[in-house]
Design a protein around this ligand. Sequence first.
Ligand code: ZN
Length: 436
Amino acid sequence: MIDYNKDLMSFLDESPTAFHVIASIKKKLVVSGYSELAESEKWGLTEGGKYFVTRNDSSIIAFRVPRFNFTGFMIGSAHSDSPAFKVKENPEIVENGYVKINVEGYGGMLMAPWFDRPLSVAGRVIVKSGNRYEVKLVNVDRDLLIIPNVAIHMNRDANKNHPWNAQVDMLPILGSADETKGAFMRIVAEVAEVNEDEIISHDLFIYARDKGKVWGGSDEYISAPHLDDLQCVYGCLEGFLGANNSSSVPVLTVFDNEETGSLTKQGADSTFLEDVLKRISLSCSKDEEGYYRAVSSSFMVSADNAHALHPNHPEKADPVNRPAINKGIVIKFNAAQHYTTDAVSCAVYRDLCESNDIPVQVFTNRSDSRGGSTLGNVSNAHVSLNTVDIGLAQLAMHSCYETAGAKDTKHLIDAMTIFYSKTFRVGAGGSFELLD
Ligand code: ZN
């Protein structure tokens, strides 16, 4: 028996930024016999082939081609990024005897949890070698930074509603001005194994050093950084790898930049998925009509974590649709279609889960709350197909240490394994079916 929580924890531990998430996924794909394709090169796909392609080192699409004459695409989608603080240009601020790091917020995070815990820095740097630019992933894998709170004696209002200011309150300290001035990029360069002056540019993020834990009176919970959305990334990946072949092409997509609206060349609101699906079709000798026919008989699961009923704030949840931790996959609904689920996609996915004894539950926002949105609806603007929005129930979404269920990861792996082994087919009269 694989201990999925343990494996998830090491996946999370290796993946402090979106760049590292993609590297961790690539590692698992390569071990399973997948070959990397480049968007800039001609693709010669073969029947039975297993492939992946990345964009910006922070998004990835993996797929198998069981046969050229395939019906459609079975797509599982999740996101690689999480809210964090990004290191700005000219990172060091030297004042008041300290070296502080100049950061700005990436995504909508809860700020309070970032105080008073060991932090570090990871991301990518670009270095020049000859005429070529090289990307190097870096992870300064040691306790390096802390954002200190102001003592209660100096801020008697600290426990009242506090408007944290990212430019004032959230700057981590690296060390003393005397000893550490000028050290930040030197430390990054050392880890990248280059000279500091070889680094031309960087995308560096601050991350919390806390390790993932299984806890609770009956070990029923897991807590870790980045459960939104790496718990779903992991579940979709394991399901994708474990599925049997059907007459459809199974596709795993992991997009960056969901937390800032997906509007980048590698985000869900880009041409990445459309480009890849078209190129798969062309390489499998389908004409343009063949591509459109395949898309119409395709199905997407947009997987992004969902809000569990909060133990101390039940008033934040819908009166009846209240997801519980460890009670299975959450299907998300929203009348304005910020979640793509409709009666058709719900029917297909709910039946797939229930007929295989995988528990499902339902999330809706309170009617007086707008709630969030995710990958499905933005991706559908480019490749429009039947889509269901789902997630696993969790607490403290967008904290730097989140909590979810120890049993739910397996629920998602099981559901995605079955999903990826199926074919979704739409008939001429609009009838639809899910086939083995
Ligand atoms: Zn998310």
